[in-house]
Design a protein around this ligand. Structure first.
Ligand SMILES: Nc1nc2c(ncn2[C@@H]2O[C@H](COP(=O)(O)OP(=O)(O)OP(=O)(O)O)[C@@H](O)[C@H]2O)c(=O)[nH]1
Ligand SMILES: [Mg+2]
Length: 228
């Protein structure tokens, strides 16, 4: 942790149990890291609501604009380079991909939204599949909404938040690619996203900062995922 935003270890950092009740002390982070070292396997990719595999294992999902870094973050928390295929071609992941961590936790990589070149029918397909998934998935505990730290919330995010709010699943904001901007800018973006999230119905007030590239915020994210 060098960005000094999430870790419970440094001087200018928030206390380990800030605001949202997650336990992020050193022992908890270590235990979470150990669990994420266990086997994590790809379960299935579903390109329509009907193809989503049934499951009773607690599930967490990652949503965010196309290219925001969803697949990279899943690779970072699971410590695998290529579990969730990440690419720099926006709009690559068009299906919900499910990963199973040691039969304890299932991770769902949702298709990205807001891809500029997406056709109307693709946008409609995203809205339909994701809102059906959020409304009906009984083992879904939490949604992580990823936001590019360089851009903050854009129009496409607000549209998605309306759909996400309709699902009633508690969600947590996560800034990605924090290594790409200055710390002062990062703090401002974080504060502005938190301002918005405080006004939403089912969101957590605190937004977490990550960089899949540098590993920033990854230990904390693992612990939060397991506390879903
Ligand atoms: N510098 C930096 N680049 C990142 C980070 N996370 C992701 N990227 C890059 O951003 C691009 C998109 O990452 P993905 O993980 O494929 O994004 P995605 O959200 O899964 O994209 P879609 O599946 O197309 O919606 C890739 O080129 C990644 O290498 C990060 O923390 N830092
Ligand atoms: Mg992806």
């Amino acid at each position: 942790m060098t960005n000094g935003t999430n870790s419970g270890a440094g001087g200018d950092l928030p206390p380990p149990e800030a605001e949202d009740g997650f336990i992020l002390d050193a022992e908890t982070l270590k235990a979470a890291e150990k669990i994420f070292r266990r086997e994590c396997r790809f379960v299935a990719g579903a390109d329509s609501f009907a193809r989503i595999p049934k499951s009773h294992i607690p599930e967490v999902a990652f949503a965010g604009r196309s290219n925001v870094g969803k697949s990279s973050l899943i690779n970072a928390v699971t410590g695998r380079k290529n579990l969730a295929r990440s690419s720099n071609t926006p709009g690559r992941t068009q299906q919900i991909n499910f990963f199973n961590l040691d039969e304890q936790l299932q991770l769902a990589d949702l298709p990205g939204y807001g891809y500029a070149k997406a056709t109307r029918s693709k946008v409609h397909a995203w809205n339909t599949m994701v809102s059906q998934y959020l409304r009906t998935r009984s083992n879904l505990k939490r949604l992580f909404v990823l936001i590019d730290a360089r851009h903050g919330l854009l129009a496409a995010d607000f549209k998605a938040l309306d759909i996400i709010d309709g699902g009633g699943i508690p969600y947590i904001g996560v800034l990605t690619k924090a290594d790409k901007i200055k710390k002062s800018e990062l703090e401002a973006v974080k504060a502005s996203v938190e301002d918005v999230f405080r006004t939403r119905k089912t969101s957590f007030p605190r937004v977490y900062v990550t960089s899949a590239e540098k590993g920033w915020g990854i230990p904390e994210l693992r612990a939060i995922l397991l506390q879903a």
